[in-house]
Design a protein around this ligand. Structure first.
Ligand code: ASP
Length: 290
């Protein structure tokens, strides 16, 4: 019998480089992939593995997501996240969420127990508090923004985190979490939690995007990638390249990771760098920034 096929890709955001040495980020991302490999090799479910990987990236503080997120223009932390199960197309998402430690766990809770897909504002907080999701009571002490310098320049900095996974049962899942664009307007929600823009999974492909979210929303980027495979019969790499070409054509910057049912991975970006990596059943494991 042939080995079961499984694979995972993760990202830590696309953008200009804000330093030369990414060895800590690379080492941490390798650790995340090794743990995901372990889970997938023993039959872990794509949805769980995607959530666990993104939670670890949030907690690391290395990216503009979770602990490493930056505050908005008003000095408040508002975070976005989404998770989608390609097998059932169930999805959960939170937008401009304040005061919770793991936005991806919040999104997963919505997927699991809410009839809705996307919750924001006070209603989201009330719902999540009731379900006992871990809180951040003192944001200025908890958050350690991973990028400070570029706030003034208005430059896009890379930081959103994401994971796309194929498990040994052939199920696909995608998860994405972000602090959003640096110095963003209060109330601004990006592409990350919008199903079909920054996050998507179905029976063909799982996609997680990063970059200037407004462009990814306007291109319905992640759903478009799937549609190109479905209707256009494009292969994964070509479909992803065409989506990014659309983003570039509108003047947007960013990148994405995508994985298909055969465990093929593509990770295109049009920025200087994108923290990214993948691991597969073939014993491959690689992390790169440039
Ligand atoms: N896409 C994210 C947003 O627009 C930002 C990023 O990926 O860095 O909120």
């Amino acid at each position: 019998m042939s080995d079961p096929i499984w694979a995972i890709a993760i990202h830590g955001g696309a953008g200009p480089a804000h330093k030369e040495d990414y060895s800590e980020e690379i080492a941490h991302m390798r650790g995340v992939l090794k743990e995901a490999k372990r889970q997938l090799a023993k039959g872990g479910a794509a949805l769980d593995v995607a959530q666990t990987a993104v939670r670890a990236l949030e907690e690391s503080g290395h990216h503009i997501a979770g602990r490493g997120a930056s505050p908005n223009k008003d000095g408040k932390w508002e975070l976005d996240a989404a998770i989608m199960d390609g097998d059932t197309r169930n999805a959960g998402a939170v937008g401009a969420l304040r005061g919770f430690r793991s936005p991806i766990d919040c999104a997963r809770t919505i997927l699991d127990v809410s009839p809705h897909v996307f919750l924001v504002g006070k209603g989201a907080s009330r719902f999540l508090k009731k379900r006992g999701l871990e809180r951040v009571h003192n944001p200025s002490r908890y958050y350690k923004p991973s990028v400070q310098a570029a706030v003034e320049s208005g430059e896009l900095q890379h930081g959103t985190v994401g994971a796309v996974v194929l498990d040994s049962e052939g199920r696909l899942a995608a998860a994405t979490s972000t602090g959003g664009l640096l110095n963003k307007q209060p109330g601004r929600i990006g592409d990350t939690p919008m199903i079909g823009a920054g996050t998507w999974a179905d029976e063909r492909v799982a996609v997680s995007c990063t970059g200037q979210g407004e462009y990814f929303i306007r291109c319905a980027a992640s759903a478009d990638l799937s549609a190109r495979i479905r209707y256009n019969k494009s292969d994964l790499t070509n479909a992803a390249a065409c989506v990014l070409e659309d983003i570039s054509y509108l003047g947007g910057q960013g990148g994405l990771i995508a994985i298909d049912r055969l465990g093929r991975v593509t990770m295109p970006f049009n920025t200087i760098s994108m923290k990214r990596g993948f691991a597969t059943w073939r014993d491959e494991l690689e992390v790169k920034v440039f």
